[in-house]
Design a protein around this ligand. Sequence first.
Ligand code: NI
Length: 185
Amino acid sequence: MTLPIYTYGQPVLRKVAQDIPLDYPDLKRLIADMFETMYKSDGVGLAAPQIGKAIRLIVITLDPLREDFPEYADFNRAYINPHILEYDDSETELLEEGCLSLPGIHEPVRRPKRVRASWVDEDLQPHEEWIDGYLARVFQHEVDHLEGKVFTDRIAPLRKQLVKNKLNALQRGRVSASYRVKPAR
Ligand code: NI
């Protein structure tokens, strides 16, 4: 089932999301719905607050990048209770980001190229690993959502000034998107 995506200004996007028990009711169904919602909206990542739930659950697909990164072919993963344990600040990168909750806004964001993270996978196996490459970028964006942050919180002050009107419009519930949304109002 495709779920509506909560857009900027919805209070749930500012909440710190909580870990879930591994026997969370209908977890498999919820993960399947989040994958479907992400695919239908052409996103590469989706965090549970974006579908209105303040819980630590994200899905990521890197398959759309397979032309440039063959290693990401068929990469579709769910991360339960993800946490970033360590940021490797020795190397950062400025890359353009967008977000299904902020349609129409694309801005460069500086982030570390590598993070150490923990999570539980869909087979309920725990992981603690260093993540790098494009996955590190998407993973950091999605975990930000779980901390109540959105990517425009991290853009340069001048750039933020430039998107202020667009953010205000979203905040007032004026949203134009090609997928189903639940705007703020
Ligand atoms: Ni996002």
